[in-house]
Design a protein around this ligand. Structure first.
Ligand SMILES: [Zn+2]
Length: 365
């Protein structure tokens, strides 16, 4: 049943892409069919890639068909999340829980990560989480609802053509570096909260839908720091609490002259399981790196252990090893042609001040 749905969605994608390609004029954080040009993949790698989280759902070897019309089970089981706020080091800030229920897919779609460029000049300012229509959308942290309904992108209340569709935005009870934090939930089918309402982490705020500029039902999720504006987003994968025992890989890949290596496919290969995950580096336009890490690559939800990081350019396969530690970010820098370091970022942003692990709860009306 799930496979059939995906096939239908894929058909819808193809049709919609044709339309969108001729119409797009607005920069937008919406969800598109990936334009990532896949690198040649060795046969063994292709086989292993079927074990990536997204594929596990469709490749489950056994599934009993029950007569219940309820939601399909999620086969990609993961450990429960660390409690929020979670920060093993003073640089980490996993302040948010997942905006989807624990028994559903609650991890970003690999093909629609933060900073992805799906069309010219259109950069993805959030992550997309695969979900069926009607799946509950949950507040990622406590805070006050500052937007509920249509029109969030355009600022025109109830604008039915707004690319975010029905959306909710929350100003959280805690901030970071003295600045307020916001989250945004878009493309919903139903909004269950009103502006000014206070919500707790995990509280239902609406249902997953496909309103606005989207090619299928899913949740578009953003984290914003300082201002609740399109150009103030950060990579949500650095803010969502990891599954227990799992960690996050954060990288800054640049050329000799210091310019970031943009649009570079990076393979992260588990030494234990051989599973290959692919992530693409992003640039510095529209989206923003973390104030401390200054990264251009984040890959969350990695079971702790050893991984090989691999990049192919100039016909050479550049590889090195990293260790993912449970519940925290592992950071590396890589300079084109071989200078690999596992030391902290050399030049944090000038105004960076490490946070204490627990954000201050300053409840607002
Ligand atoms: Zn999106």
């Amino acid at each position: 049943m799930k496979q059939t749905k995906r096939q239908i969605r894929n058909t819808q994608y193809a049709t919609l892409i044709t339309v969108y390609c001729s119409l797009i004029t607005v920069l937008l954080a919406s969800c598109m069919t990936p334009s990532l040009a896949a690198e040649p993949t060795p046969p063994f790698a292709a086989a292993r890639e079927t074990a990536t989280p997204r594929e596990v759902q469709t490749e489950a070897p056994m599934r009993f068909v029950l007569p219940s019309p309820g939601a399909e089970p999620v086969s990609g089981w993961r450990p429960p999340l660390y409690p929020i706020p979670w920060a093993v080091t003073s640089y980490d800030h996993f302040y948010f829980t997942r905006p989807n229920p624990a028994d559903q897919v609650n991890w970003p779609q690999p093909d629609y990560r933060y900073g992805g460029v799906f069309f010219a000049n259109e950069v993805h300012t959030g992550v997309d989480i695969d979900a069926f229509l009607g799946t509950p959308v949950l507040a990622a942290g406590s805070g006050t609802v500052v937007w509920a309904g249509g029109g969030f992108y355009t600022g025109v209340v109830d604008n039915t053509t707004d690319p975010y569709g029905l959306a909710v935005s929350i100003r959280h009870d805690f901030g970071y570096q003295g600045k307020p934090l916001f989250t945004l939930y878009a493309h919903m089918s139903q909004v269950d909260v009103t502006v000014g309402q206070h919500v707790e982490a995990g509280e239902q705020i609406g249902l997953v839908g496909e309103t606005g500029k989207t090619t299928g039902p899913h949740l578009h999720f953003e984290v914003r720091l300082g201002e609740n504006l399109y150009h103030h987003t950060l990579n949500p994968e650095l803010w969502l609490s990891p599954p227990q025992g799992w960690g996050v890989l954060v990288g800054r890949l640049h050329q000799y002259n210091g310019l970031l290596l943009e649009s570079t496919n990076v393979r992260v290969i588990s030494d234990e399981t051989g599973v290959i995950r692919v992530v693409r580096t992003y640039g510095s336009q529209t989206i923003n790196p973390d104030p401390y890490y200054q990264e251009n690559m984040v890959l969350s939800d990695l079971p702790a252990g050893l991984y090989q990081v691999s990049m192919v350019y100039d016909g050479r396969d550049h590889r090195f090893w990293v260790e993912i530690l449970p519940g925290q970010a592992t950071y590396f820098t890589y300079t084109m042609y071989g200078d690999f370091k596992l030391i902290p970022p050399p030049t944090p942003a000038l105004d960076f001040v490490p946070m204490t692990p627990t954000p201050t709860a300053t409840r607002r009306p």
